[in-house]
Structure formats: C-alpha cells, structure tokens
Design a protein around this ligand. Structure first.
Ligand code: DGJ
Length: 737
C-alpha cells in the first residue's frame, strides 16, 4: 500500500520504497505533520510523535485547549494568525480585510496514478509506475473556501510531489497573498542547508552552511528562476557526505519568481517552504474560480547526496521530461555562436557545416542573428523572418542543405523579447512589459514582451511554427537574455498587476505547450544567457538546457559539478569551445575541454574551419569516442567523487556507471600540476565489488572492491602537445572482463 489511512480516517501514511510521510488530523480539525524520513511501520496512530512540551508563555488555541499551542505544532500547511508565529503557507484576504481562516479536513480521495496539471508543467505517471495520489479536501469554517492538498507518491524513486489548489465556490471574491506549494515542519534543526547559487557564467556553485535560528532562504524576483539562485535545495545532516548520511531534496516545477526558505524557530524546529515567491505575488480568487500552485518535489535518502541526486534525476527522466525524449540519446551538435557571433552568411556557415559533417557531428544549430536585420544585439528581436542578406534563398534552402547531408537542423529563438528597433515594435509598441509613463530599463538593448497578453503568445506561436514548418526544424534553442524590470502589464487590470509575474510564466508555458504539441518530434533546449532558467518548469518542455555561457573547461568543472546535485547529465548542454576561452581567456587543451564536455549533452561551439589538422583529428576521435559511450554519458548513474568546492579543490573527479555495473568512466581533472608526488590514486565508486575490470584496456585486471577501496594509480600530468601540464584531465574507463 503506497497511501494508507487508519480506521478513523484521521491519519494518512504515504510510503515509498524507503521513506514514510505521515499526516494527521489535529484536535481542531486542521492538519498536522507527523513524520518524514526513513520508512516506518504503519500504525493506527503515532501519538508519541506528536507529543510536545507545553509552554506557559505560548498562545493556546482556546481556553479549553490549553495544551494545543499552534506554535509548537508541526503543521501540514500553516494558516495565518492563529498563534503559529512562523511564516504561513497561505494567507487569504477576505472582503472585510481579515486574513484569518480555519481550514479543516472535510474529506479525501486516493486515486491511482497521476495526471498532468492543466496550465502548468507537472509530473505524470504515464508508465503506470505505481504512483498514487492523495487529495485532502479542506474547508474553511469562516469563508467556505475549499483547499485541496495534493500529494502524489512515486514509490520507486522515493519521491513525493505536492501542490495546493484553492477553490472558490462561494459568491464572494478573495485574494490569495501567498500560496506555497509545500511545507515541511521538521522536529529539529541539526541540518546543513545546501544551496546552488552564483551569477552569469558562474551558475550553481555549491554553498553549504549549518541552519541557524531565523529565516534562511534562496529566492528570485527576476521573473526567472535565475543564474543567482536555483530552486533546488538540500537539507543534510552535518555528517552527510556523497556516499552516506541523511539528506532531503526539494525542488519546484516552476521557472519564475520562487522562494525556498527554512525557518528555524525558538524551539529549534525547522519549517521548509517551497513555492512561488510571496513577494511580488497576489492572486484574485474570484467567485467561481480556482488557483493551482506549481508542484514541489520532495525526496529523502539515508544514503548520501549521490543517492539523492540519482533518485531525483531518475524521477525527472521517468516522470517529468517529455516521454519521447526522456531516454532518447541527444545529438552531438555544433553551434555557430562562439564561432561567428553575428558575422555570418550562408556560405560561411556551410563551410562549418560541411567540416562538422565530416567529423561526425549530427546537428547544426544556427544561433542568434539569422532574422530581421540583426547584425548586432541592438535590433530585430520579435522580427521572426529570415534576413535575406544572410540567406538570399531563404532559411528553408539553408536547412535543406544541412538535411541533405543527413544532419539535423536547429535554430535559435528568443521568443519573449522585443527590440525597439524592430518591425514588431513599430506595429505593436504597446506589447512591451512596462508602465508607458515611465522610462523603461533596457538590458542588452532589449525589452520584454507581455506574455500575460494572449495576443502576444498567439503572434509568437504563428511566427515560430511557420518557420518550424518551413525549415523542417529538428531542434530549438529558446533563449531569454534579460530579466524583467518595470513590472507592469498594460493588458492586466489594476487589481491584477500583482498577478503579472505568474501570468507571464503561464503565457510562456502556453507557448511552449502549443509548440511542443504541434511539433512533438522537435527537441527543445532552454537557455537564459546560459543557465539562467535551469529549472524543472523548463525541463518539462525542453529536456535539456544550456548549462552556462561559460564554456571554459575549468569553470565548467564547478558549474557542472554543482548542477549535477539537482539535475541529471542528460539535462546539461556541454560544449567544447575555442581557446583562449571567450569568457575568461584561459587556455586549456582540447583533451581537457572534451573530457569535461563529455559529461553531458556534447556539442562544439567554435569555428572548426580555423583549427589545425591535428586538432581536427583529435575532434573526430572525441566524437567517435562520445558516440561509443553516449548512452552512459547521458543516462548512466552519475557519482561525484572529489569536489572542486573543497578547500584545496585542485582535483575534481566524477564518474558515470552503467546500470549493470559492467562499465564505468571516471573523469579526473587537475587544476595545477605539482612536483614530487608519489602515490596519486583515483578511487572508483559504484562498481560491483566482485566483478573484475580492466582500466583503459590494461593487461592487469582489478576487482571492483580493489578499485573502490585501494584505488587506481594515476600518472603525473605531462605537457600535452602544445598545452601546459596544468588543467590536466584523465578519463579512466573500467570495463568488466
Ligand atoms: C545567450 C546564450 O546563452 C548564448 O549561447 C547565445 O545564444 C547568445 N545568447 C545569443 O544572443
């Protein structure tokens, strides 16, 4: 039984293969949280787990209920103003201004499976993977509003998905001021918060710090999940490491303003909230309407952070990513951005295409600059028609040539944006986000289209789908190069302005939904100046994302390592680019650039007509090598071994292992080469201790336990062709014999 209740139907026990999550109706009819952690037996009640000390100086619910002190109760979805001084999950404003509610359990339903949400990206159970859904229906005693708390248990990945639905079947109108997707009240605070933060070209670096009293949070108010913070967080016991220890993972299926917070109260209990950022959000819950929050994902393991990443990653592959692409090998692409920037025409591109084809590259992606008059970034966004100066015979003609070679063809769009210098702006100056009375803030010389306005979404669908048909497109890179300022929609009514950021996202999702449904064969890659929208909302439509604009191999080690905590390798676009690197001028060997980019969806992003014969040969070898092991690199079990975020950080290593443990590849990266070393060893993980392996086709064989516990000798780095011995890499391939 995945979801069970007790005889009196007051207790709900959600069990995955290894975890239990228990909810209980409290004495006042509201819901309390009993437990989340390693799986425990089903019982009729867990009174002991709800017992707490009583404190004199703490409000009680009523004179008759002296020991019911809301501040001390682990709540399931906390209301506002009834003596629980921690942050609430959902204040709702009533016509008289009051925000006091008393939502009590009314009934519940348990259903098999999990269906998709209507207007939001969401999880699903198309493969009948034993998912069960529990809906707890609550009714407010004051307003008669209904609230559904939705839980789906995915037993085999140890994942629970939560969301809330506010339903107004009354005659009055209400306003939701906050609507978190999930809340978890843990009984202690002995955890580290692990977050993934950074900036443009430095996305998702790991930060780990012990919880302390008060509120700690990561969030975004950029109307994008952002480069700066990611919605994925972990709570881990201080002793938890990659291979062992307890850890919770939380993520949100959403791409806009979000907030994940952990509040440690005066009793050292921790409240975790995940959802839409309550700042810059309010929703008019008018009579006869409902509001659905995005879905939050929770997972727990006792077996360390690698296990947590693996189970959550496997869950996304099976229950979030478009099934067609979930396990489909991703093509090796070449993208012309860093090769040409805006300076190209058909002839120049065809010489890159032809050379790439000869090397075995499978897809050509035409990046920014093919439309309008876009010879730099000051113009033409919104003018989604081909630039005839660059493609005199049209884009269809160019794509035909690519297809004739047997290659796929991909195209860059930045649908949500508009340039002032554009035909679209001449025709529709009022389609921009922003208060017309104010001086609007440009960013990269561009402005944002009002995706909350249905006409804008319809226009974009028409233009983009036309080009997709004309070019028989195989792939879209959907970029978003600025965040929103001047938050104001001319389309929305004054009282709806606080809904804008969420309505913007709903517009983006509608466009994604229509395009992916009309062109189910087309692979989408999301991008936002690199990794500024690397989130599960995007991944639902676009199964891979451009991890970062920083293509330097050394920077990428940290970026990809950090990203791997929350997202599987198949989601990470990773390209080999030219040196000196365009972002930081660093020179690394082609070998190291390849060895980093292999761990993800491999691409090339350089002018291969300009590299030496020797490097062309090496590139061909890389492509052949990647094809041989592509499935492992994209879908193998990924393990982090040596962290670049450790104090020294000179060595990073990670590994992919096949499901049957017959094959593993370790990537080992050394920043600076040091003299006088003796026994440098690389420790494998995740192998079968009893299997025997060769390493890089060695004549000596090794048991799995030997490679994992005694390690494998790694030779000191040597000068690599024209490149120095710093920034060195090794790939160690263990094959079962
Ligand atoms: C930002 C992206 O991350 C780059 O890869 C490239 O597509 C540029 N935008 C184009 O403007």
């Amino acid at each position: 039984m995945t979801i069970s209740t007790n005889k009196s139907k007051t207790l709900f026990h959600l069990q995955t293969d290894h975890t239990s999550y228990i909810i209980q109706e409290l004495e006042n009819g509201e819901l309390g949280q009993v437990y989340y952690g390693p799986k425990i037996h089903q019982k009729e009640s867990y009174d002991n787990l709800m017992t707490r000390e009583i404190h004199d100086a703490t409000p009680s619910l009523s004179e008759g209920m002296q020991d019911f002190q809301p501040e001390l109760i682990k709540q399931e979805y906390a209301s506002f103003g009834k003596g629980d001084y921690r942050y609430p999950a959902f204040p709702i404003e009533q016509p008289n201004g009051s925000r006091i509610t008393e939502f009590k359990l009314q009934n519940f339903a348990i259903k098999e499976g999990k269906s998709r949400l209507k207007d939001l990206p969401s999880t699903f159970d198309d493969t009948n993977d034993d998912a069960q859904t529990l809906v707890l229906n609550l009714k407010d005693q004051i307003t008669d509003l209904n609230l559904d708390l939705n839980y789906t248990v995915f037993p085999h990945q140890d994942v629970i998905v939560r969301s809330s639905t506010f339903i107004n079947s009354t005659a009055a109108d209400y306003k939701i001021n906050t609507a978190y997707s999930s809340q978890l009240d843990l009984p202690d605070a002995n955890y580290d918060l692990i977050q993934f933060s950074g900036n443009w070209a430095r996305e998702r670096h790991l930060y780990r710090s012990p919880l302390r009293p008060g509120l700690q949070s990561v969030s975004s108010l950029r109307a994008a999940s952002s480069h700066q913070q990611n919605p994925f967080i972990m709570l881990a016991r201080p002793e938890t490491d990659e291979q062992s220890g307890a850890a919770f993972g939380f993520n949100l299926v959403y791409s806009g303003n979000f907030k994940d917070s952990v509040e440690v109260d005066q009793f050292d209990a921790s409240r975790v909230m995940v959802g839409i950022n309550p700042d810059e959000f309010a929703w008019n819950l008018q009579s006869g309407t409902s509001f659905q929050t995005p879905e939050a994902i929770m997972s727990f393991t006792e077996d360390g952070m690698n296990q947590l990443s693996q189970q959550m990653g496997a869950f996304y592959t099976d229950h979030l990513v478009a099934p067609k692409f979930a396990k489909q090998e991703r093509p090796i692409l070449i993208n012309n951005w860093e090769a040409t920037y805006f300076d190209f025409d058909e002839k120049k591109l065809m010489s890159i295409v032809n050379k790439a084809h000869a090397l075995g590259v499978e897809m050509f992606v035409l990046d920014d600059g093919w439309f309008g008059k876009r010879n730099d970034d000051t113009t033409s966004l919104g003018d989604w028609f081909v630039d005839k100066d660059k493609f005199p015979d049209g884009l269809g003609h160019f794509s035909q040539q690519v297809h004739d070679l047997g290659m796929k063809f991909g195209l860059w769009f930045e649908p949500e944006m508009i340039s002032c210098k554009s035909k679209l702006h001449e025709d529709h100056p009022d389609w921009m986000v922003g208060d017309p009375n104010a001086q609007l803030i440009p960013s990269r010389h561009q402005f944002v289209l009002d995706m909350a306005k249905p006409e804008v979404v319809d226009y974009l669908y028409e233009k983009i789908s036309q080009i997709m048909s004309d070019t028989k497109l195989d792939y879209i890179k959907w970029d978003m190069n600025r965040n929103i300022t001047d938050t104001f929609s001319r389309y929305l009514k004054p009282e709806q302005q606080a809904e804008f950021a969420h309505r913007y996202m709903l517009g983006v999702y509608r466009l994604y939904d229509q395009l992916t449904k009309a062109f189910p064969e087309v692979l989408f890659e999301s991008c936002a100046s690199g990794g500024g929208r690397f989130d599960l909302g995007m991944m639902y439509y676009a199964p891979q994302a451009w991890t970062s604009d920083d293509t330097d191999a050394v920077e990428r080690i940290k970026i990809q390592y950090g990203t791997s905590y929350g997202y599987p390798l198949s989601m990470m676009g990773a390209h080999v680019s030219a040196v000196p690197n365009d972002q930081n001028g660093r020179i690394t060997s082609l070998k190291t650039r390849g060895a980093v980019a292999f761990f993800g969806d491999l691409g090339y992003e350089l002018d291969i007509t300009k590299i030496s014969e020797e490097e062309l040969k090496q590139t061909k070898e890389q492509i052949d090598f990647y094809k041989q092991y592509r499935n492992l690199f994209q879908f193998g079990k990924f393990y982090r071994i040596d962290s670049p975020f450790e104090e020294d950080g000179n060595i990073t290593s990670w590994e992919v292992v096949s499901d049957d443990k017959s094959l593993a590849i370790v990537g080992r990266y050394q920043l600076l080469n040091h003299p006088s070393v003796a026994y440098q060893r690389q420790y494998f993980v995740g192998l079968d201790p009893n299997k025997q392996y060769t390493v890089n086709d060695s004549s000596e064989t090794f048991y799995g336990d030997e490679l994992m516990n005694a390690g494998y000798f790694v030779k000191m780095a040597q000068v690599d062709g024209n490149y120095s011995s710093d920034f060195h890499s090794d790939l160690l391939i263990a094959k079962e014999i």
